[in-house]
Write a protein that binds this ligand. Structure first.
Ligand code: GLN
Length: 372
């Protein structure tokens, strides 16, 4: 089946929930095509880098409570959850959105999936946490193993179900940012925990919500003081993300595709040095592809005997929070069988088709029709 997938790449400003929500709606309204699936980044409308439990607590949504309200046709209370539902109802689409969840006394870094009829279909909690998650008191998903879910993507099933028809489901995995890395950066790099779980469960659609750092993020520059990191963060913010610095919304459609690939290939070397908002971070794309190593044809090893195509969607944010800069580069890539052996473990591998990507500092929407 074919799905039009839209990744909304925004600069989510911390604690500016209403402005972020408006920005998301504005970007979606600028799309030339109505999407079937809207994917938003990790903690999309709240911003990500909260330094304490207290600072994030006004923005936590209670999934279980809102699920009950939804079942009783009552308006949802959570700010993130209600925006996700609003988007789904407006476009009759699926919406996958990262948000901070409260459940009793616990905080999770979660993703909600809303169906085209506004029903809350699924809630996923981030399993592998990053330093920033611990700072706001976030806990690991108590369920281990990255369980896949079967999703019926035929909208008719939700909007006008035919009881005599069977609707095929797509085996889907959801991951949130650090889920793609080795557990706590301590597990062996080649344990490929997330990718192996997706592969073993035979997922063909993998949706990843990111607040992925730029390789140029001041927070990870070695041997400089915290004050210097913060100073660099402020400078990057002013230079690239201040009001109207790069105001143009970029709606990245199929037409941009070839130009993008050429640019990408040419800029591999410059990637680590320069920050050009319109260009993707090639090293980030390559790292994401590598983290799906089990799906790659490598050497003589032909992967993919259970799929013709496996689709990975990475929706990341842009911008700066304190000394942390995010890398944008939201991407859609597909793994397929490769007619030839390959020793590349990046997007140049012939079993990888990079369908499109955004720049590392631009706000906009990456929109592609993909055959699952
Ligand atoms: N390690 C990842 C990164 O470098 C994870 C960040 C996250 O989980 N938000 O961006």
């Amino acid at each position: 089946m074919k799905l039009t997938i839209a990744c909304v790449q925004i600069n989510s400003r911390r604690a500016s929930v209403d402005a972020n929500s408006q920005r998301i709606l504005q970007l979606l309204a600028a799309c030339p095509k109505v999407p079937d699936v809207v994917v938003l980044p990790e903690l999309a409308v709240t911003g990500y880098h909260y330094r304490s439990r207290e600072s994030i607590s006004p923005y936590l949504d209670d999934y279980a409570a809102d699920k009950l309200r939804e079942q009783q046709s009552l308006p949802l209370q959570g700010k993130s959850l209600s925006l996700a539902q609003e988007i789904s109802l407006k476009y009759q689409c699926f919406t996958l959105m990262g948000y901070p969840e409260k459940s009793d006394q616990h905080i999770y870094n979660s993703a909600v999936l809303v169906a085209p009829n506004g029903n809350l279909l699924h809630n996923y909690r981030k399993s592998f946490l990053y330093d920033a998650d611990y700072e706001f008191g976030c806990e690991e998903n108590p369920e281990r193993g990255f369980r896949a879910i079967d999703i019926i993507f035929d909208k008719e099933y939700y909007l006008n179900r035919d009881p005599n028809k069977t609707y095929p489901a797509t085996r889907t995995n959801i991951g949130i940012c650090m889920d793609l890395n080795p557990y706590k950066f301590e597990a062996p790099f080649t344990a490929w925990e997330f990718a192996n779980a997706c592969y073993q469960q035979q997922a063909t659609l993998i949706l990843c919500l990111m607040a992925w750092l730029s390789p140029k993020s001041p927070s990870i520059v070695p041997n400089i003081s915290d004050a210097d990191k913060l100073g660099r963060g402020h400078q990057l913010e002013r230079q690239f993300f201040g009001d109207n610095v790069y105001a143009k919304d970029h709606i990245n459609t199929e037409d941009d595709h070839l130009a993008m690939i050429v640019e990408t290939t040419q800029n591999d070397e410059a990637d680590e040095q320069l920050f050009i908002p319109q260009q993707p971070s090639v090293s980030t794309i390559n790292y994401w592809v590598l983290r799906f190593f089990p799906f790659l044809t490598f050497g003589r090893r032909q992967a993919g005997h259970y799929f013709d195509r496996a689709t990975v969607v990475c929706c990341n944010r842009v911008g700066v929070e304190d000394d942390v800069m995010y890398t944008g580069t939201s991407s859609i890539f597909q793994f397929g069988p490769s007619p030839v052996e390959s020793i590349h473990h990046d997007y140049r591998n012939p079993s990888v088709q990079l369908r499109g990507c955004m720049g590392q500092g631009e706000e906009g929407v990456l929109i592609r029709e993909v055959a699952l």
